[in-house]
Design a protein around this ligand. Structure first.
Ligand SMILES: C[S@@+](CC[C@H](N)C(=O)[O-])C[C@H]1O[C@@H](n2cnc3c(N)ncnc32)[C@H](O)[C@@H]1O
Length: 265
C-alpha cells in the first residue's frame, strides 16, 4: 500500500505518482467550479430547513439518530455527502467525462445533486427504500430544478432483482447505504458485472464506519489489483480502465498553508 502525506506531496508535487494534470484538475479541490454552486446551495438549504421526516431504516442503522422522527437539517448534517467530497466527486466526473451515474442510497439527494450538475446532459439514477424520504427528496429536487435525477423507491436487493440492469450502461456508481461487508461486496460485484461499463468508477462511502466496512474495502482492493484504489479514509474510490497508476493510494484532506482551503491528494 502506498501511503502519502498530503502536505509533503504538495510541496514535492513533481515526485508524486499522479500526473500534474490529475493533481490540478481532480485532487486539488480548492478551486470551486461553476457547476458546484447549484449543489452547494441545495445542501445549504437543507441545513437551514425546519422540516422533519419519519425515516424507515433499511440499512445498518445510524449512530447519529435515536429515533425515526428526524429533522431534515440533521439528516443533511449527519448522513449527507460533505461539500469537500461532493466537489471531489464532481472533479472526477468532469475530468473523466462521466455522464451516467447510479447511486445506492439517495437520502436527501445531496450526492445526486453533485453528480447531476457537472454536465447538462448527464443522467443520475438513485435508489432509496424509505418511501417518506423518496417523497420528500423528489419534491425538493424538483423545486430546485434537478431534472436529470430519477429516484427509484426500492430496496437495493429488489432493485437488483427486479429492474432491467441497463446492461453496462453506467460509468460511475456510488454505494452509500447498508454499510455491511457482505452487502457492499455483493452490490459492488453486481454493479461491476451488470450495470457498469468496463471503464468505470465506483465510490464506496463509509469504508471506516466499522471494522466490517474496513474489511469490505480491503477485500475490494485485494480483488481489483488492475484498478486505481484511492483511500480517502471516509470513502474509497475504485477507478478502472483509465490510464492511472494501479494499486491503493491513501489520500488525506489537508489544509493549505493559507489555512482556508482544502486539498485532497
Ligand atoms: C448515508 S444515506 C445516503 C446519503 C446520500 N447518498 C447523500 O449524499 O446525501 C443512506 C441511505 O440509504 C438508504 N438505505 C440503506 N439501506 C438500504 C437498502 N437496503 N435499500 C435501499 N435503501 C437503503 C437509507 O434509507 C438512507 O437514506
Amino acid at each position: 500500500m502506498n501511503f502519502c502525506n498530503l502536505e509533503y506531496l504538495f510541496r514535492k508535487k513533481q515526485n508524486f505518482i499522479f500526473s500534474d494534470d490529475f493533481i490540478t484538475n481532480v485532487l486539488d479541490i480548492t478551486k470551486v467550479e461553476h457547476y458546484s454552486v447549484k449543489a452547494l446551495k441545495y445542501y445549504g438549504e437543507l441545513l437551514k430547513s425546519n422540516e422533519t421526516i419519519i425515516q424507515i431504516d433499511f440499512g445498518a442503522g445510524s449512530r447519529g439518530f435515536k429515533n425515526n422522527h428526524r429533522k431534515v437539517s440533521d439528516i443533511a448534517k449527519i448522513s449527507g455527502t460533505k461539500p469537500q467530497y461532493g466537489i471531489f466527486y464532481q472533479k472526477l466526473i468532469s475530468y473523466f467525462g462521466i455522464k451516467k451515474v447510479i447511486e445506492l442510497g439517495t437520502s436527501l439527494g445531496i450526492a445526486s445533486a453533485y453528480f447531476s450538475s457537472v454536465f447538462s446532459d448527464s443522467y443520475v439514477v438513485s435508489v432509496e427504500a424509505c418511501p417518506n424520504t423518496v417523497e420528500f427528496t423528489s419534491n425538493k429536487l424538483k423545486i430546485n430544478n434537478f431534472n436529470n435525477i430519477t429516484l427509484i423507491n426500492k430496496t437495493f436487493d429488489d432493485f437488483f432483482n427486479e429492474t432491467n440492469p441497463y446492461y453496462k450502461y453506467f460509468d460511475f456508481a456510488f454505494i452509500d447505504g447498508n454499510h455491511r461487508k457482505f452487502a457492499v461486496l455483493s452490490y459492488f460485484e453486481k454493479l461491476k458485472y451488470a450495470y457498469l461499463k468496463d471503464v468505470n468508477i465506483v465510490v464506496i462511502d463509509d469504508i471506516n464506519w466499522s471494522l466490517d466496512m474496513h474489511s469490505a474495502w480491503q477485500e475490494i482492493v485485494k480483488n481489483n489489483t488492475n484498478s486505481t484504489c484511492l483511500n480517502l479514509f471516509r470513502c474509497g474510490v475504485v477507478i478502472t480502465g483509465f490510464n492511472l497508476p494501479r494499486g491503493e493510494f491513501c489520500l488525506n484532506f489537508v489544509k493549505k498553508p493559507s489555512e482556508k482551503e482544502f486539498y485532497v491528494i
